[in-house]
Ligand binder design. Structure first.
Ligand SMILES: [Zn+2]
Length: 163
């Protein structure tokens, strides 16, 4: 076994970010094995190096997992931020028939005036348009979310009987 090579490995392992206590103690054991003038037990050294390799692999996997978790968290925070900016474009609006919906703020540029569903917004964190041309407009994501905007009186004149 090449002692200088081992020294490099030990140096690297000691400097590795997030080295676990277990790996640190294995490194110490390897150092001890090569201490002084005694001839190192190569089978013991091989066993310890193998153990260290395993510990470093698991530490590395933890780093990879941690890195993936940080990325997921960053993405999630960015999504929340984008959603918050989108929601900030709307304000609560009461229809003449007391239905509460959200309406695009008048000073928003580049978008036609529209309403979004308050149920979907609050419950599902979803921006869903309210559509329809009748007295009741409905949510595009869930048509059971209906909102009354007007009340057109029923008139006989609207019914065509034919002549
Ligand atoms: Zn809805």
């Amino acid at each position: 076994m090449d002692i200088t090579q081992l020294g490099a490995i030990v140096g690297l392992a000691t400097g590795a970010v997030g080295l676990t206590d277990k790996a640190t103690s294995t490194v110490a054991s390897i150092k001890e094995l090569f201490d002084g003038d005694k001839a190192p037990d190569s089978s013991e050294a091989a066993k310890l190096l193998n153990a260290l390799a395993g510990e470093l692999t698991s530490a590395n996997m933890m780093n990879v997992q941690l890195s993936a978790m940080l990325k997921t968290l960053t993405d999630e925070l960015r999504r929340q931020d984008e959603f918050a900016s989108e929601v900030a474009q709307y304000e609560l609006f009461k229809t003449p028939y007391d239905a509460m919906v959200y309406k695009l703020k008048a000073d928003t540029v580049g978008q036609p005036s529209h309403f979004i569903c308050p149920v979907c917004l609050k419950r599902d964190k979803l921006v869903s348009f309210i559509a329809g041309t009748g007295d009741y407009k409905y949510c595009q994501a869930d048509a059971t979310h209906q909102f009354q905007f007007s009340d057109t009186p029923y008139t006989e004149a609207e019914t065509t009987y034919g002549c």
